[in-house]
Design a protein around this ligand. Structure first.
Ligand code: GLV
Ligand code: MN
Ligand code: MN
Length: 412
């Protein structure tokens, strides 16, 4: 089988999808279930139908586009990723895995290959936590890691529930029906940009992921006392923002002190109430994103952060609440999938390196119900989640070729 990826077509589709955005180019913003996201989904669905794929959508909006195999009773092989994009993002995160997956299927179709197992392209809902606060919403529910009941409690910043928003977007059925059994898929493989600099530094065009680091996310609410910025003297204040500032630096110190560069902690949101120039902040909401390749170390750092933050809040007479949004285990990729990726690379004489994913992906949850693997391509300077995110056309096409070969082998 001789496969040729249509690089120009794939690139023009990536550009076309980037136009469906709520940000000024080159930035891309596409938050789940906004009119823009729904427009992008419709655009993608049309592309899938043009390839004669059978498209279904589940109750949370995960979309499955199936190329039927000769044995429709056999568990399908799946590929895919996400197209939602955080505010002020780039055009490759997730998109390369979705449009690369579609191009891989198209390439296999044109080559005359006929899979035994069906091949499905999956568009996962809300890999990004932007709207409902929790990442990998669609794949988390598919794997049963988030119950329908818990999902129904999710709300966005304006108080709209996931339940309301998804129904308004015409996502039919009960959330209970989203979960799939382990074994539903024979294998899952996701193509993604690295979102780090290692491949570029090593001048290696492909990364075969061995494991995915353990992500966790928390919400912290500091509550002090507000008041007049002129009237309340400094010794009498319970300024929630000053406490939050000290807590943020405590978080940075705890991550730096973990003993490993694999520990990373980020406070990405700081909401101040009432946010007036001449009013002492009475309440602050912080988000903490904490990750590590080692689960025990991540949880130890969390405990240190919690203890030290409580000491800050007591010293400042500010109350502090910690809420866990998610605390997920790391994932190990399946050797059945990584071996197939290695064979594809060898067949094409392409160098690769084994790599750890520090970002999380839908693969983190797919690995709970299916043998899962990931393929990384380099991105310039490791930049991601910013408008100047860039992956070269050659790297994208190369990754797509290896994906196509791997899908062919796994579905044979
Ligand atoms: C996914 O976008 C992540 O934050 O790792
Ligand atoms: Mn992302
Ligand atoms: Mn992504």
């Amino acid at each position: 089988m001789n496969l040729t990826i249509d690089q120009d077509r794939l690139l023009s589709e990536i550009e076309a999808l980037a136009q469906i955005s709520d940000a000024e180019p080159p930035a891309v913003t596409r938050v789940v279930f906004t009119p823009t996201d729904l427009k992008a989904r419709t655009w993608l669905r049309k592309k899938c139908l043009q390839q004669d794929l059978a498209v279904r959508q589940d109750a949370v909006g995960n979309m499955f586009a199936r190329w039927a195999g000769t044995d429709e009773t056999a568990a399908p092989v799946a590929t895919g990723s996400h197209i939602d994009a955080i505010p002020n993002a780039g055009k490759y995160d997730g998109v390369v895995g979705v449009l690369g997956g579609l191009e891989a299927i198209r390439t296999l179709q044109h080559s005359g290959f006929r899979p035994t197992r069906s091949i499905e392209l999956i568009l996962f809902t809300s890999e990004e936590p932007t709207r409902f606060g929790i990442g990998c919403l669609g794949s988390r529910m598919l794997a049963g890691a988030l119950t329908a009941e818990a999902a129904r409690m999710l709300t966005d910043a304006s108080g709209e529930t996931l339940e309301h928003v998804r129904k308004k977007a015409d996502m039919q059925g009960d959330l209970e029906s989203v979960q799939l059994e382990s074994g539903h898929f024979h294998a899952f493989v996701e193509l993604h940009i690295e979102q780090g600099p290692l491949l570029e530094h090593a001048h290696v065009p492909l990364g075969i992921v061995e494991s995915i680091a353990a992500p966790a996310s928390y919400q912290l609410i500091a509550e002090g006392a507000g008041g007049h910025a002129g009237g309340v003297l400094m010794p009498d204040r319970k300024d929630a923002l000053c406490a939050a500032a000290e807590i943020i630096l405590t978080i940075e110190k705890a991550a730096l002190a973990s003993g490993s560069l694999d520990t990373v902690a980020t406070v990405g949101i700081c909401d101040v109430f009432p946010a007036a120039v001449n009013s002492i902040p009475s309440r602050v909401r912080l988000t903490l994103d904490l990750r590590d390749t080692d689960l025990a170390r991540r949880d130890k750092v969390f405990r240190a952060i919690e203890n030290k933050s409580r000491a800050v809040s007591e010293k400042r007479s500010v109350s502090l609440q910690f809420q866990i949004v998610n605390a997920d285990a790391p994932a190990t990729c399946s050797s059945a999938v990584t071996d197939a990726l290695v064979r594809s690379c060898s067949k094409h004489n392409l160098r690769f390196q084994k790599i750890v994913s520090r970002a999380y992906h839908d693969s983190l949850f797919m690995s709970r119900i299916a043998p899962t693997g990931m393929l990384f391509i380099p991105c310039r300077s490791g930049y991601s989640h910013r408008p100047d995110e860039f992956a070269s056309p050659e790297d994208i096409a190369r990754g797509t070729l290896i994906l196509a070969e791997t899908l062919a082998e796994l579905s044979h």
